[in-house]
Design a protein around this ligand. Structure first.
Ligand SMILES: [Zn+2]
Length: 337
């Protein structure tokens, strides 16, 4: 009798453990994709922790093999490694990337190479949402050789996205994503702070439509720009007191990558408009991913760590010039893409 009860208890215990394990697995799966059949299926969670060296090398391969018979897509390279490591980039080695590129240029297809890789599609979709607007064909104005005044249009392929800081302006930053902030309520830092001088021209990283422009009690004077594919919301905050934005800009306007949009300052952390309440002048720069409009302003916003992106963009800076009458800055070299 006692033995029977013990066996029954043991079976119940095993059932409880099995149930607990399966609910943990379902929960973790839910974190990545919504699985309910009545809900739309879209990505709900992205951690962007791709190392700078991988972004840099993958981009070089993409540019190198552009216009060849076997073009290489840098986002696919990164997604392949992301899926291989399960997002654990501590395992990243340059040789892994080189071997992958060798296979692809030898004629193997990415489709074949990723067969049976459970999360390749997830990483590809997530990283495409992050990086899709960054690289492509474009035309840019350039100084004509041996002239100082005249410019000419030059066709190029490569990084179209610009550093948020104009050319010739100093800034410093470190990886401060996720550190705690206390103003208002307890929360974590969802961007990267670029410390520099008040008045430094702030540049649109990617082109898009201005979605927000004005005062926000946290961000102070801030601009929000949505990429044309709607996937990325760029957030530029703490702009200058009294003269925060490029004056002509308004919600609904289109901007191009490399355009001046505003000026660095230290506004924010106040309910009163136009208040300097930040000690060190800096640009708060953030990117939110939007796979479904319901995510835009919700409890499940996806802000990614942009630190390595800012490092990558440092090589592409927009040159600006001041209009002495209006005190406004403008880009020197226009772009078409
Ligand atoms: Zn910040």
């Amino acid at each position: 009798m006692i033995l029977k009860i013990k066996i029954r208890n043991l079976i119940i215990l095993i059932l409880i453990i099995a149930l607990a394990i399966s609910s943990i697995l379902i929960y973790q799966n839910n974190k990545i994709y919504s699985v309910s059949t009545t809900e739309k299926k879209f990505i709900k969670y992205v951690e962007f922790n791709v190392p700078y060296s991988l972004l840099d090398c993958a981009l070089k391969y993409d540019i190198k093999f552009h216009n060849t018979e076997k073009p290489i897509n840098w986002i696919e390279l990164i997604a392949y490694l992301g899926a291989k490591y399960g997002g654990e980039y501590k395992r990243y080695k340059r040789s892994h990337l080189d071997k992958l590129v060798k296979k692809l240029t030898d004629g193997e297809s990415m489709e074949k190479l990723t067969e049976g890789m459970k999360y390749y599609d997830y990483y590809l979709e997530a990283y495409t949402a992050v990086l899709d607007g960054f690289v492509g064909e474009y035309e840019i104005e350039q100084q004509k050789k041996d002239t100082e005044e005249e410019t000419e249009w030059v066709k190029k392929y490569g990084l179209i996205a610009f550093s948020p800081i104009a050319k010739g302006y100093e800034y410093w930053h470190y990886d401060d994503f996720g550190v705690s902030r206390t103003y208002g309520y307890k929360r974590v830092h969802l961007g990267n702070d670029l410390m520099g001088q008040v008045g430094t021209p702030i540049i649109a990283v990617e082109g898009g439509i201005i979605e927000a422009l004005g005062w926000n009690r946290y961000g102070g004077w801030r601009i929000g720009i949505r990429s044309f594919d709607n996937k990325r919301y760029y957030y530029y905050a703490h702009l200058r007191k009294n003269f925060p934005f490029k004056k002509a800009l308004k919600v609904g306007d289109t901007v191009k990558a490399g355009d001046v949009i505003g000026y660095m300052g230290r506004t924010g952390y106040s309910n009163t408009e136009n208040t300097n309440n930040i000690t060190k002048s800096h640009l708060h720069f953030g990117i939110e991913l939007i796979f479904d409009e319901s995510q835009k302003e919700s409890n499940n916003e996806i802000w990614i760590n942009v630190y390595n992106i800012v490092r990558l963009l440092n090589r592409n800076k927009s040159k600006t010039v001041k209009n002495l009458e209006t005190k406004e800055y403008h880009r020197v070299y226009d772009i078409k893409y």
